[in-house]
Design a protein around this ligand. Structure first.
Ligand code: AAT
Length: 289
């Protein structure tokens, strides 16, 4: 550990740890669920850390939040009801709110303290909460989904932390089953699905569960996020049986509409399609599941 630097050390990426130079620690606290820390970094703006793991930095959050929101929402015509699990910082809400077809945005975040500190320290993320279509539920996403009536949502976005800690069940088969039930026919899910460099074993399990559960299409996409372990992170994108969804060819473009105030920084339709192209080693494993 280098004095004055934050190093992201975890058994989920043994033998490596990305480090950021710390200018100032802005907040340290312990919620019912996890340790929360916020610091000002020298080169990535403010950083939100939960249990020692980086969740967002101001500089590269666009690469994650824009992709996890627009990959699913640009793949179906007229999304109206959207559910976000996790994502307490509000960044995904901000992105979902760009879609003018959306009428209802429910969010279920387990940790109320994440919501509070984001409102205090990350106004550009928490701005998502200001949209009148947003309904915040503080609670466990697993329990919330079990209570959702069948066929409620057009899209479910699972912006979850890693599977050590409160998010563990969000990577397991019963959770994906309740997501599928909560979606209307032809509805879509996009979940945080870790790194092809570090977590092929986790990805394999998610893919094989999803192939059993989702009767439409099952795909893996990825993006580059310099402050996430290995610098990349992926998403599982699946659709339920019903109207077919071709995730690689977006039908609901967003680039030119609803974005005068804050233009998209990362997402565009070329990167949408490109996100589904996989390196051979990952393609081989994912296609075989
Ligand atoms: N938007 C950016 C980043 C995240 S946040 C993940 C959120 O999921 C956290 O706020 C956490 O409190 C919440 N969470 C964890 N478990 C649950 C649960 N069971 N129900 C609801 N919310 C939950 C993702 C960062 C990815 C990091 C990659 N290394």
């Amino acid at each position: 550990v280098i004095p004055g630097w934050f190093s992201e050390i975890s058994p989920m990426w043994p033998g490596e740890a990305h480090s950021l130079k710390v200018e100032k620690i802005l907040f340290q606290g312990k919620s019912e669920y996890q340790n929360i820390m916020i610091f000002q970094s020298a080169t990535y703006g403010k950083v939100l850390v939960l249990d020692g793991v980086i969740q967002v930095t101001e500089r590269d959050e666009c690469a994650y939040q824009e992709m996890i929101a627009h990959l699913p929402l640009c793949s179906i015509p007229n999304p109206k009801k959207v559910l976000v699990i996790g994502g307490g910082d509000g960044g995904v809400l901000r992105e979902v709110a760009r879609h003018s077809s959306v009428e209802q945005i429910d969010i279920c975040e387990i940790d109320g303290m994440v919501v509070e500190v984001s409102k205090q320290f990350f106004p550009d993320l928490a701005v998502g909460y200001e949209d009148p279509r947003v309904n915040l539920h503080v609670g466990d996403g697993v329990a919330f989904l079990k209570a959702v009536p069948e066929g409620t949502y057009d899209a479910v976005i699972v912006d979850s932390s890693d599977p050590i800690g409160p998010a563990q069940e969000l990577f397991e088969k019963p959770f994906f089953e309740s997501v599928a039930k909560a979606l209307r026919p032809g509805g879509v899910v996009c979940t945080q699905a870790e790194s092809i460099w570090l977590h092929m074993h986790i990805i394999e399990d998610i893919v094989s569960n999803c192939r059993q559960i989702f009767k439409g299409s099952v795909n893996y996409a990825w993006t580059t996020v310099p402050t996430y372990p290995s610098g990349v992170i992926g998403f599982m994108l699946c659709s339920t049986g019903g109207p077919a969804v071709d995730f690689r060819n977006p039908v609901n473009p967003i680039e030119d509409k609803d974005n005068e105030k804050a233009p998209l920084k990362f997402y565009n339709k070329e990167i949408h399609s490109a996100a589904f192209c996989l390196p051979s080693f990952a393609k081989k494993v994912i296609d075989s599941k």
